[in-house]
Design a protein around this ligand. Structure first.
Ligand code: AGP
Length: 611
């Protein structure tokens, strides 16, 4: 992960770099640093902890470094080496400084070679091989650009890095799998890990392709491809959308993002509806074929959305669906003959596991389709076909609105493939569209039960272990609820399929263990309620989230939150979308009660660009 920035040609470059780093903090926040040139002398400022620590150090020095016009910066999510000042980027060697995002996979080998040349390492990072290789190469070539190219030819892995040296005001950048964007300014140029982060400063950006490298000074940008050929890459106009940095009166971004779901999901739904009885989804572009299945790959919350998608697509279209963790797919030699398409789901569009799974699918001749929130992200650009979730930037590390929007896209895909496959009539699709339009308003009603989830959170906030249960389409919700709770509150929580409890996990139940169950009236509620009885009989303390329709069947349960019931035909189908709100609110309020860092939980980052 990590965020990187570089600016050349703009006065007070350190301040501008800090502003960009603020927008990149979602990528990692365990330490941060800047390197800059002043009178041909390389200086650094580094700080452990969040970016504010670096900002405080910068402010003390600001007056004296206002004339600086070249700087690189970094916000770190540690991969190699502990979170200590020595390992904080930029990493230097003699007159060269480097910031890096990704992993240099052959760094051990290079380290050995460099040690034989008496190079002394001062960090335990994989990154440090880059500045050392660079300064050795510069001694030989006397040319910064050539030295950088020789380093690119030597290092392996998934990376993006920016390097400066003390002789000239120029920045070298290279990208292999990890994202990197160049912004074109007026008499200055800039690089950043994503376009949004630099959009305050430029109107036009260039996305580097995989394997590209470039050298920029204040007026020129020269780009080369992986064959070392000079290339022109498309310039794209971007619109600055910095409203995402505003919490709109909420205490946390996550809270804002939970509560804005009714509003932003209108965009998702609006973009999916073509007219009263058709959806803007094209099964031909996905290469949907009779007797062939779909594989869906994703990670984390997006993976749980994929699991729900499997239930829906198989139910409405009878197309077989295989759901896989992206990190597993790539390395397991999957049999691909029976699949014609891979759908990848990624909020950020940058998760490297998912990007690599998609590349693997391409090699296996599958058509690839992306469901993503970020246009022009790496996954979007490489997919054959993309559908956007259109919910705006998600700042909180925990996925909330991106999950519900992914579910809405997946359900719409299921309906459209069902029509394509003649399993769903136009009338049914029409009815679906009518009801889909009612979802945002319905979510507002569930959000208005906020107080009940605060009470629930207060009842479980001191627990050491918590279980989540669900059946059918709500089984993935149990997994998502548990993930949300563990990442925000650091309470150990696990999700299980309710029917699976008796096959082992029931052994975990002891007196007072909180068990949260999501229940909808789907025809299986009697079975789920029996599973609850089994848990209660063993001392489990059940908290039930159910729709109103089940009220008579669950009168024996004291702790319950009843959410309204939706229109009969669609109530259980839409239930994972509805139950997302309780899952999010429970995790949010437990974390708030415990005082954890909700928007930036420990050890995490929003966009995971390392394997
Ligand atoms: C969950 O709250 C996390 N944000 C995480 O599991 C996330 O869903 C996962 O890293 C995948 O991210 P992506 O959707 O951007 O690919």
């Amino acid at each position: 992960m990590c965020g990187i920035v570089g600016i050349v040609g703009k006065l007070n470059a350190c301040k501008s770099a800090l502003n960009v780093l603020k927008n990149l903090e979602y990528r990692g926040y365990d330490s941060a640093g800047l390197a800059f040139l002043q009178k041909n002398h390389l200086n650094t400022i580094k700080a452990l902890g969040k970016l504010n620590e670096l900002k405080s150090k910068f402010e003390i020095l600001e007056e004296g470094i206002k004339d600086v016009s070249i700087a690189i910066g970094h916000t770190r999510w540690a991969t190699h080496g502990k979170v200590i000042l020595e390992n904080t980027h930029p990493i230097l060697s003699k007159n060269v400084a480097v910031v890096h995002n990704g992993i240099i996979e052959n760094h051990d080998q290079i380290r050995l070679e460099l040690k034989e040349k008496d190079v002394i390492f001062e960090t335990t990072t994989d990154t440090e091989v880059i500045p050392h290789l660079l300064s050795i190469s510069m001694k030989n070539t006397q040319n910064f650009f050539d030295a950088c190219v020789s380093v690119v030819n030597k290092i392996e892995g998934a990376y993006a890095f920016a390097a400066i040296h003390s002789l000239n005001e120029e920045i070298f950048v290279a990208r292999q799998t990890s994202p990197l964007v160049i912004g074109i300014g007026n008499e200055y140029n800039i690089v950043g890990s994503d376009a949004q982060s630099i959009s305050q400063m430029v109107d036009e950006v260039i996305y580097l392709n995989d394997g590209d490298y470039a050298i920029l000074n204040k007026t020129q940008i020269q780009i080369y491809d992986s064959d070392n050929k000079k290339v022109e890459r498309e310039k794209i106009n971007i619109q600055s959308n910095l409203n995402f940095l505003n919490k709109d009166g909420f205490k946390h971004f996550m809270e804002k993002e939970i509560h804005e779901q009714p509003n932003v999901l209108i965009n998702t739904i609006g973009s999916l509806i073509r007219d009263e009885n058709d959806l803007n989804i094209f099964p031909e572009k996905m290469n949907i074929q009779k007797n062939c299945g779909i594989t869906i790959c994703a990670a984390g919350t997006s993976y749980y959305a994929a699991m729900v998608g499997k239930y829906w697509i198989e139910k409405f279209s009878s197309i077989p669906v295989n759901v896989e963790l992206s990190s597993e797919y790539r390395y397991r030699s999957p049999a691909s003959e029976m699949y014609s398409c891979m759908i990848v789901i990624s909020q950020s569009g940058e998760s490297i596991d998912t990007l690599m799974a998609m590349r693997e699918a391409k090699k296996l001749n599958l058509k690839t389709m992306a469901i993503t929130n970020v246009e022009h992200s790496s996954i979007d650009r490489e997919a054959d076909y993309s559908i956007y979730t259109h919910v705006g930037p998600e700042v909180g590390v925990a996925s909330t609105k991106s999950f519900t929007s992914q579910l809405i896209v997946l359900l719409s895909i299921a309906m459209k493939i069902g029509m394509y496959n003649k399993k769903i009539t136009t009338e049914k699709c029409q009815d679906f569209i009518q009801n889909l339009k009612l979802v945002p308003n319905f979510l507002s009603k569930i959000l208005s039960l906020n107080k009940e989830f605060i009470n629930l959170a207060q009842a479980i906030k001191n627990s050491r272990n918590i279980l989540y249960l669900g059946r059918g389409v709500l089984y993935p919700l149990a997994l998502e609820g548990a993930l949300k709770l563990k990442e925000l509150s650091y309470i150990h929580s696990e999700g299980f399929a309710a029917g699976e409890m008796k096959h082992g996990p029931i052994a975990l139940i002891e007196e007072g263990l909180p068990i949260i169950m999501f229940l909808t009236s789907d025809g299986m509620e009697e079975k789920s309620i029996s599973n609850l009885q089994e848990a209660i009989a063993r001392g489990g303390k059940v908290f039930l989230i159910s729709d109103q329709k089940n009220i008579n069947k669950i009168s024996f349960i004291d702790n319950k939150v009843l959410i309204p019931s939706f229109q009969e035909t669609w109530n259980d189908v839409f239930s994972p979308i509805f139950m997302s709100i309780p899952a999010q609110l429970i995790a949010y309020h437990v974390a708030r009660e415990r005082g954890t860092d909700i928007d930036q939980p420990r050890n995490l980052a929003k966009s995971v660009t390392v394997e």
